[in-house]
Design a protein around this ligand. Structure first.
Ligand code: ZN
Length: 160
């Protein structure tokens, strides 16, 4: 099996297996396992990630608690703390916020990429990536504003 298809299987199997929400421990162990496929273990990164995940999981409720939002907000947090978080994008697939279906991507004339629900479940061809960015920015701000004073909007995200 190629590394690529193995990676896809892992993404689908671990993060979205039936439930869209994983426990903090499950998310951290997925994080650690993915990281160690790219780099050597890093205890400083792991301790910051555990703290960040704890805050995110305590803050998130309802749909915000979907793994994809927590994962992107964690990537944002780590990038802003100066860690490399680019590798994290390879281990999550953005899903439609309404039906959790797969997205189809389209490139607009201005080179911007938008993600449309594969079944266009709300029948309006809206950009789901923008919706995801807004939820991630909101979750991030609620989880970390107190400590960092950062109130992010969708356009501020460096990792999504
Ligand atoms: Zn949908």
């Amino acid at each position: 099996m190629s590394d690529d298809s193995l990676q896809r299987m892992e993404t689908e199997g671990e993060m979205t297996n039936g439930s869209l929400r994983s426990s903090k421990i499950a998310l951290f162990s997925y994080f650690k396992r993915c990281y160690e496929r790219h780099y050597a273990a890093n205890s400083k990164l792991y301790s910051r990630s555990t703290i960040a995940l704890g805050r995110l999981k305590r803050t998130a409720s309802g749909r915000d608690a979907w793994d994809m939002y927590v994962w992107y907000a964690l990537a944002e947090r780590l990038a802003r703390l100066g860690f490399d978080a680019e590798w994290m994008n390879a281990h999550i697939e953005p899903r439609c916020p309404q039906c959790s279906g797969r997205l189809k991507y389209e490139q607009l004339a201005c080179d911007e990429i938008i993600g449309i629900c594969g079944t266009d479940c709300t029948d309006d061809r809206s950009d789901r990536l923008e919706e995801i960015r807004e939820t991630v920015a909101d979750l991030y701000s609620r989880a970390f504003a107190e400590e960092s004073g950062e109130q992010l909007s969708a356009d501020d995200l460096v990792r999504l």
